[in-house]
Design a protein around this ligand. Structure first.
Ligand SMILES: C[S@@+](CC[C@H](N)C(=O)[O-])C[C@H]1O[C@@H](n2cnc3c(N)ncnc32)[C@H](O)[C@@H]1O
Length: 309
């Protein structure tokens, strides 16, 4: 396997723009980078200072704050919880689209779902997690693939869709997309699983209730405790860990292994790699696709996944 390239840092996809307003000095940058690392595992190098300034300048304007020192004090205060979420949201990218990295959906269709459809037909539970689901195109793509594969409509099936950013989770839950966010969705699936919503200024598309009902939406920071008990048949965590440092990534691979059934599948983003240590619990099954090895990662018997509603 080729050695992975060093992870790009958060906020690396945006061109610096001319910013008016407060300067971001070294001390304030260090403060913001430390908070972003501690709270969300983000690795922001000093070279990204201009981009951090551009992105957070909007937050300062919205909150009418005079400088970044005041902003740092706010996000570290008990009253700053909500703004902390907005800060992490501003520093990460939420770009996604339907059926992104289509090879994962081919593997899901051809290698994973035949077994899961049998499992559902024999009245066993099926659980899939879209971890870092952004605006929802990923979990909805999974749900449509399951339906197309003949997953019974009365199956004990749940897709968990989670993200650290409350705004994208709210969007995902509503399931309404303007035309610009519909790329990647084949026309027959659009016709079958979406309705055109003509009441909005820009034409938009609403996912049908039978697809939305397959998914439980949650705000969840991957670095914190995971409230779900029990194990998943497959986890999609794509284009999320790319912003995390190597130690944070390694810990996450182990936790994903613990959260998967033996033989369960993990799909990661195109520029992400499981470290050598992580490969003791996963076997590579093609491009950025892995299967948990047979032995239990925790040495305990699997328990059913609990997802309320
Ligand atoms: C580029 S999007 C990926 C969306 C989707 N998985 C895909 O590949 O199209 C990255 C998402 O990761 C989320 N994220 C970043 N750090 C996170 C963390 N610590 N816990 C949970 N989600 C996080 C961001 O909010 C963002 O929505």
């Amino acid at each position: 396997m080729t050695a992975p390239s060093p992870p790009p840092t958060a906020a690396s996809t945006m061109m610096p723009a001319r910013v008016h307003g407060p300067e971001l000095d070294q001390a304030a940058f260090a403060c913001i980078a430390a908070i972003a690392h501690r709270e969300a595992g983000l690795h922001i190098s000093p070279g990204k200072s201009a981009m951090v300034r551009t992105r957070l300048a909007r937050r300062l304007r919205a909150l009418k704050l005079p400088d970044f020192e005041t902003y740092c004090a706010l996000v570290q205060s008990p009253a700053g919880g909500e703004e902390l979420g907005a800060m992490i949201s501003a520093l990460t990218t939420n770009v996604s689209h339907f059926f992104r990295e289509d090879h994962h959906f081919s593997i899901l269709r051809e290698k994973v779902l035949p077994g899961l459809v049998d499992k559902a037909k024999s009245r066993q539970r099926v659980r899939i997690w879209s971890a870092g689901c952004s605006n929802g195109q990923e979990p909805y793509s999974i749900a449509m693939t399951l339906r197309e594969a003949g997953m019974p409509s009365d199956a004990d099936l749940r897709i968990l869709a989670s993200d650290i950013d409350p705004m994208v989770v709210a969007h995902a839950q509503v399931g309404r997309y303007p035309e610009t966010m519909m790329s990647g969705l084949p026309d027959p699936l659009r016709a079958k699983y979406f309705t055109a919503d003509g009441d909005t200024p820009e034409p938009s598309w609403q996912v049908r209730p039978e697809i939305r009902r397959m998914i439980a939406f949650r705000i969840l920071n991957l670095l914190r405790d995971w409230p779900m008990q029990g194990q998943f048949d497959a986890i999609f965590c794509r284009n999320v860990v790319i912003y995390f440092d190597a130690d944070t990534q390694s810990r996450l691979w182990q936790r994903f292994a613990d959260a998967l059934e033996p033989g369960g599948w993990l799909f990661i983003g195109h520029s992400e790699r499981i470290s050598d240590a992580g490969l003791s619990v996963f076997e590579s099954r093609g491009m950025t696709s892995y299967q948990r090895t047979g032995k239990s990662a925790r040495g305990t018997a699997p328990t059913p996944t609990t997802l309320r509603d």
